[in-house]
Design a protein around this ligand. Sequence first.
Ligand SMILES: [Ca+2]
Ligand SMILES: [Ca+2]
Length: 427
Amino acid sequence: MRELENFETPPVGYGSGIQLEQAIGGEEVQFGRASGVLRYQTANGGEWLYSQPLPALTGFHTGVSAWIMGDGSGSQLYFIGLDASGNRVYMPAVLSDYTGWRQVYIPLGSGVSLAGYSITPQAGDGWANNPDNAADATSVLYLDQIVASYPGYFDHTPPEINLTYASGEIWGTVRDDTDGFLDKNNISLSYNGYEIYNFYYEPDRGFFYFAPPEYGYNPTRVTITAKDASGNLNRASVDIPFENYNAGAFNDIENYWAADYINYLYNQAIVEPYSDGGYHPYDAITRLEFAVMLARASKLEQKDYSYIILPYADLDQIPVTAYPALRALYAENIMRGTQGDDGKLYLLPNNSLTRAQASAMIGRSQNRGYPAAELSFPDAYLIPNYAVSHIQVMAAREILQGFSDGTFRPHDPISRGQMAKILYFLA
Ligand SMILES: [Ca+2]
Ligand SMILES: [Ca+2]
């Protein structure tokens, strides 16, 4: 398989009746951090073409697989191919009579490149009577992870990572069941959450090697992440043993179970002590504290979001120093606020948040494409729908676990101590 379009950078092209843009974050993304959104005139449809067609299909690849989120409109989506002679071919992709994500295979033909998308509106008797089909109405379809492929096969299995740590060195192998050994640009390595580019990698046998620059004094975590052409993600981490020289950063965590994680956050400048010198690990975290910690731990470049105007009606209750973090979370569709009874949007900075709410926001801060686990918590049925997929993924990644009695307690407030552990395991 070969990745052709993942929408992680905005698509470049032009359309009539259709615009293709980038959608960032949220449940409208199937893989990575962004998807493509096709906005079209419901009554007329239209056409959108890349300025530069995607690379032509070669070898066994006779078509593309694509993820398409339907809008239930009954419109017909076509993928437009361009053959070697420069002729256009229109291949039916989906009839959008469904909602939610669906993966389809679209046979374009060998040597053909994907050049754009075309939409024909719903036909038939019901059309004229449907109030949704007013002349100025628009609809949206989402696209993600378009891969050069062959008929009858979808790859849903993430790459396998074997990782060893010994004597201050890290090495191992990465291999995918479908794609075999992966290129270096499909592998990333992070050191305490920061991406490191100068690690050693041999693509012809999937071998990686890394010697951490400094270890032994503070909590340190190194993570290898691998992505196959179909967008499936996997990661493996090592927690490097240490003697903690910063144990005294907080005066109330000496015997607390998450003390190492809290010190990690301190060393990463994600948290600082309260004025009384404590971390207050048993306190419920406030929405504002949660936001600032999540934005810092996600390593978002907060200065890149200065163009965002925060829409919260309770902005006057929020310290200006927190605006950059909130802007980043808003733009990335990670934390958008809560609609009040008056229809206005509120951040509610001093409120606590439930473990389910926190899980959904933390989940939205992560690339999508990791495997999900079946939830075995006896109270899993209490988890709200919006949080289920995020909790499934974080359970599979072993970021979230239940309490010692096995329950998840989705409606309990999340404590500052629990948050510290989660942020460490995200790194
Ligand atoms: Ca994507
Ligand atoms: Ca795979």
